[in-house]
Design a protein around this ligand. Structure first.
Ligand SMILES: Cc1cc2nc3c(=O)[nH]c(=O)nc-3n(C[C@H](O)[C@H](O)[C@H](O)COP(=O)(O)OP(=O)(O)OC[C@H]3O[C@@H](n4cnc5c(N)ncnc54)[C@H](O)[C@@H]3O)c2cc1C
Length: 493
């Protein structure tokens, strides 16, 4: 029996996959589709991470979908509100019943003769192998490993008698009361955990090797508050969304053009929130320029508040070794700890670990070139969502998911069945992501390249991408189209 066929198969039921399905539902009502999700729940990141205080570090007016206003009170929202928003969207758009949970996609093989993908998945609940075919494969599997966070091995850690926790695998019965906690790291997760543990813990120390830029943002957006009381959500939402797009784009561009000026500005804003005499230059002055790595946002300066109150402190140093009772630093200082939390990051994973083959031949993803940041050279009828590194993920996801619908409609209108991006004739040598963050640098070898010009260049610029992807041409020098192939045996028959 031949496997079940759908027009579009979406992999992943996180923010991007649910967005992709909603776009298909509305913009391509004639297409059949299914969503394969390896876990048993909707939400991806926002269902997986459960550490205290888990929240977005972008504002929800841009992390929310363009087509569904974010109506929550907070601009920087907690994980469970984001999860509920995604679930509500799936329900509202009739996507829920299209999701097949517990289907982990292992591989996809393109058949040129049939112009379709055969996708093989393993049922994570029964162990059974399932196959489906599809005409278009839309990969929305996020960018990191779900089974394991990144954690370097520390010298002497086996001696430590306390509890060692990675935020990706948070013990739900954890009680911080009265404990001395060391949080290792300086990224978004560390700066979220510190204030959220500090109220109950005896003391929280954030141990960082390198400081990050940290900016305080009002937890509630004043413009949103004002507009919401006067205008319907459908009118107020895009206004606030665009205000935030323009503000973050301006900050990013300013950081690129005047790094010293922006560095000074952030330093001044930081110093204002800390007690007089605080050593800002040791703990809040990164050796890199603003936006060489993702900037950390904290709502209503909560991290600074706990530092001011003395409930938490920051130590900038390196781990020499773990001891039975804590961590010895290279400076010789010892941090006593009952609990050490390793907020050391993610393990990047391209395409949810699935392998791609074309007529049985493996696709070497690092050898491909990304087309408009969403397709791969030489790989037909395939798209993937990888969000911005300098703005909210969903801004890009929305553009990609809408573009795929435009492309599918266009192909139907012209009687085309196959769309295959080409590599630029001059070659491509730039890494897919231009971010100095450790998890990106560790994993660039898994990702495609990007070219030096449109449509192979990833601009990391939403305003430019709106022009390119919402209004730009669908046929250009970077992509070829062909009609449905005629199978030889069918032709003979
Ligand atoms: C703690 C944390 C905070 C973040 N905060 C922000 C933020 O504030 N702003 C921002 O822009 N970005 C943020 N990000 C990035 C974040 O991942 C994206 O915003 C967004 O959630 C990504 O959505 P996604 O659907 O593409 O991926 P995910 O949320 O990772 O969802 C992917 C889904 O695909 C499924 N899947 C993966 N592989 C397979 C497979 N082989 N077969 C079947 N299913 C598969 C997964 O189970 C999951 O459900 C954050 C990330 C983390 C880890």
């Amino acid at each position: 029996m031949s496997p079940e066929h759908v027009d579009v198969l979406v992999i992943g039921a996180g923010l991007s996959g649910i967005g992709a399905a909603c776009h298909l539902q509305v913009e391509c009502p004639g297409k059949s589709y299914a969503v394969l999700e390896s876990r048993g729940a909707i939400g991806g990141t926002w269902d997986l991470f459960r550490y205290p205080g888990i929240r977005s570090d972008s504002d929800m007016f841009t992390l929310g979908y363009a087509f569904k206003p974010w109506t929550g009170a907070k601009a920087i929202a907690d994980g469970s509100s984001i999860r509920e928003y995604i679930v509500e969207t799936a329900r509202e758009y009739g996507v829920e019943e299209k999701i097949r949970f517990h289907h982990e996609v292992l591989s996809a093989d393109w058949s040129s003769a049939d112009a379709r993908w055969t996708v093989t998945a393993r049922r994570t609940d029964t162990g059974e192998t399932v196959q489906l075919t599809c005409s278009w494969l839309s990969v929305c599997s996020g960018y990191y490993r779900y089974d394991e966070g990144f954690r370097p091995e520390f010298p002497g850690e086996e001696r430590f008698a306390g509890e060692l926790i990675h935020p990706q695998h948070w013990p739900q019965d954890f009680d911080a009361t009265g404990k001395r906690i060391v949080v290792v790291g300086s990224g978004a997760t560390a700066v979220t955990l510190v204030p959220n543990l500090a109220d109950d813990a005896a003391h929280v120390t954030m141990l960082q090797r390198t400081p990050s830029y940290i900016l305080s943002l009002p937890g509630k957006d004043p413009l949103a508050e004002l507009l919401r009381s006067r205008l319907p959500a459908k009118v107020a939402y895009p206004i606030v969304r665009w205000k935030n797009v323009l503000t973050t784009t301006a900050l990013f561009q300013a950081s690129r053009r005047w790094p010293n000026g922006v560095r000074k500005l952030i330093r001044r804003l930081t110093a204002k929130q800390l007690p007089a005499g605080y050593d800002v230059d040791t703990h809040f002055n990164p050796p890199y320029d603003p936006w060489d790595q993702r900037l950390c946002l904290v709502p209503d300066g909560d991290l600074f508040r706990t530092l001011r109150e003395g409930k938490a402190s920051i130590v900038t140093d390196r781990i020499a070794t773990f001891t039975e009772t804590g961590i010895e630093l290279e400076s010789g200082e010892h941090l006593d700890a009952d609990v050490v939390i390793t907020a050391t990051g993610l393990n990047l994973l391209a395409m949810g670990g699935m392998t791609l083959t074309l007529d049985g031949e493996a696709v070497d993803v690092p050898e491909t070139v990304s087309y408009k940041g969403m397709m791969l050279s030489g790989v037909p009828n395939f798209s993937m969502v990888i969000g911005y590194t300098n703005a909210s993920w969903t801004l890009k996801a929305d553009l990609v998911n809408r573009y795929v619908c435009r492309l599918l409609q266009h192909m139907d209108q012209r009687g085309l069945a196959v769309a295959t991006p080409l590599a630029p004739p001059e070659g491509a040598d730039l890494p897919f992501l231009d971010l100095a963050a450790g998890y990106v640098q560790r994993s660039l070898a898994q990702l495609p390249k990007q070219g030096r010009r449109t449509p192979w260049r990833l601009h990391q610029n939403y305003i430019r991408d709106v022009q390119l992807m919402r209004r730009g041409p669908l046929e250009d020098e970077g992509i070829t189209f062909s009609a449905a192939p005629v199978r030889t045996e069918r032709a003979v028959a």
